[in-house]
Every structure is written in structure tokens, then in C-alpha cells.
Design a protein around this ligand. Sequence first.
Ligand code: LLP
Length: 432
Amino acid sequence: MFVSDCLSVNKEGHLTIGGCDAAELAREYGTPLYVYDEEQIRKNCRAYVKSIEDNYGGNGLAIFASKAFMCMEMCRICKEEKMGIDVASGGELYTAVKADFPMDRVVFHGNNKTKDELVLALESNVGRIVVDNIEELNMLNSLACEYKKTTKIMLRIKPGIDAHTHSFIRTGQIDSKFGFAIETGEAMAAVKLANNMTGVELCGVHCHIGSNIFDIDPFELAAKVMLGFINDAKKETGVQITELNLGGGFGIKYLSDDEPEEYGAYMNRVAKTVKDTCKGFGIPIPKIMIEPGRSVVGAEGITLYTVGSVKDIPGVRTYVSVDGGMVDNPRYALYGAAYEAMCANKADQPKSKTVTIAGKCCESGDLIQEHTDIQESESGDILAVLSTGAYNYSMASNYNRIPRPAAVMVKDSVPRVIIKRESYDDLIKNDV
Ligand code: LLP
């Protein structure tokens, strides 16, 4: 019935998450409020870690793509669950450093890393820097030489696969700001260049074909293309690339009838492809890395709002306005993303009303969802939007000087604040 196992309905007819009454949480911590279920997040981490164990005998690493939901507590959870962390900016890296995350398990991404970010990465001894372009390669090499270091790198490669939610096409030459293309020869040129540098040690190659993908086929194809590149690199340059990072992108349940692949099934099939392809080329199986973000946290988080006005426009639509909006969840405004919503305090009642959920920003496009079914609702109800665990808090803004909500993590039916609610003083603290 629900998008995640962590959700249920209690005898009061209220929505629960991780055993906690959502309406109670809203009362205690205020709204808008992000709520996460820790046990389910940890289960997801374990499934990925186990699949590396089962499929590659542990010769690999499951890495949480922190852009989906970055905070100190997520770093601590990933550390305990033996995951790595992918950071894509100095700010994400700084958070991992401050959370005392083991730096050898950090992978640093980004298509336009600044000098300051690279210096921070070198000073923090980041495990792998994923180099995106020639300018970065040159800058990193000279910085590393200055620091008298040899830093481990991977090259970000465009495998030439354009993956979409339900289909994929293979393109001759992909149009993407990320990485080196194989077909133009720039990827091979980067291998040669990196191999002759003293400040960097080329360990691996990386690809990421897209996000919220429901098919396994494009992942298998990407693995084949990348292994083909590793094989070609060995033949053409003599360089043995020993690590392959296959990125993230696995789909999740936003709606009850979404049917994402079970992660184990994805991993098993891709692992078989990896093994068969390596055998075919006669090359050793590289160390395999994967970088799930959305599928670790997405379905395990919800957002709670308080309903303000309910505006029935006869013959047009009903707007149910909440005390948050595109500021805490910009995904409908940006991508037209689908979400399910419900009245948390009326979860046992039928969803009898089709409404548009609007936010409180001065912007007509500030909508959370249009034409969606929820229970008959009125001012003061607690509205829950489901599957908001990924790319909501991390993409939140302060538009209209609206403070970012707090985030609460629930474990064994006990809630605790993991990110405090921003105050008005937080909003002006950098104003001079
Ligand atoms: N690795 C790399 C290099 C990535 O760029 C990403 C996502 C991931 C891993 C994790 O992908 P995931 O498993 O979460 O699909 N803001 C968008 C999503 C952008 C994803 C960017 N990269 C959204 O809200 O849907």
C-alpha cells in the first residue's frame, strides 16, 4: 500500500513513520519537517554493501552519493555501515571531514572543481578524485606536486549511453557537460596524459548514466562499454586500469504503483555482465564501485506540512496551501516530479478529494503536486508528502527568506533532531 516499509497507519488512524505518529512529530517539532527512518536507510546501505560482498568477494565499495541527502548524521551512518561517500563540492567534502568520515572512502566529483576545492581534497587526503577534464587534470597534477603528493584519481568517462526512466538509447556522441568522451578520443588522450604525471596515480574510470532509472539494461551496457575502454586502454597505452566506478541512478518508488528493480537483482545482473565481459576480454575483474544516492534515502523520508488555506475554485481546482513548498521541495517545480500525499491525521480515511498542493512562496509555479488525491482536508491538518528523502533537503533554498525546515531521524520509534530548523537570525547572519 505504501511507497516504503517504514510507513504505516496506527489505531488512531494516523500515518506513522518508523513507528512514530507523524501528526505527533509535527506537533512536537513544528512544520515543515523532514522525517527519516533510520532502520530502513541502514537496511538499504547493508543491501548494497552485501551485494559487493556477494558478487565481487568484497573487492569493491558501495558509496553513498551524498548530494541526495548530506548532513553529519548521514556521514556517521555511512561510516558505521562501511559505505563510502561521494562528495561533489567543497561543502559536501567539508561536511564529511567534520563528521570524521574515513577519507580513504571518499570519492570527489564535480565538472568544475575550483583550485580551493582541490587543495581541500589534497589536504584532507581524499581517497579518489574523479577528474572531469584536462584543465582539472593539469591543475591537480601541479597542486599535488606542490604538496609533494601523488593523489589517486579516476577519470570521468561518458560511455555514450543516454538513459531515461523507462527506455534508453545509445548515442554516437553524447551531449553532456560531464567527463571525457570515448568516441572523440579525448578519454584515451587523458589516460595517456595522466599516466605520465607524477602528481596523480590513475586508478580507475567512472561513469554515471543518469538518475531514477528503472531498467537494468542501460547499466549492463554501460558496464560493457567501460570494460571495453579499460581493455582498449591496456592495449593502446599499456596502462592497467584496476578500478571501475559504475555510478548511481537506481530508481525508487515515488508512487505506490512504481516498480523499481530490487537492488540485489540489479547488482547480480550487472555483476554477471562484468564477469562475463572481463572473461571475454581476458582481463582481471576490476574493483567495482557503485554510488547510489536516491535509493538509499529517497523512499525513507517524508515531509510534514500544516495545511493553511483550502481554496475551492468552482469548476477549476482546489488549492490546498501548506507552510512550505518549492523552498523545501523544488522537484515538482523543476522536473514535474510525481509525489503521493496524504493527510497524516486522517490516514485511515479515503482519498476522496483531487487537489493541487501549493506552497507559500510568491510564485504561481510554487506547487508540490497538481491533481492529486488526498483525504478531505481543512486548515490545521497535517499533510504528508511521501518519498521526499532524496534531493529535497539537499536542494532546499531560502527563497522569500523562508528558513529551511528541521530534519528528524526516527530509530526504534524514538525521534531525534539531526538538522535544526533555521531561525530568522540564521537568515541574516551573513548580511552586513
Ligand atoms: N554519482 C554521480 C556521479 C552522480 O552525479 C549522481 C547523481 C549519483 C551518483 C547518484 O545518483 P542517484 O543514485 O541518486 O540517482 N536533483 C535530481 C537528481 C540529480 C542527480 C545527480 N547525480 C533530482 O532531484 O532528481
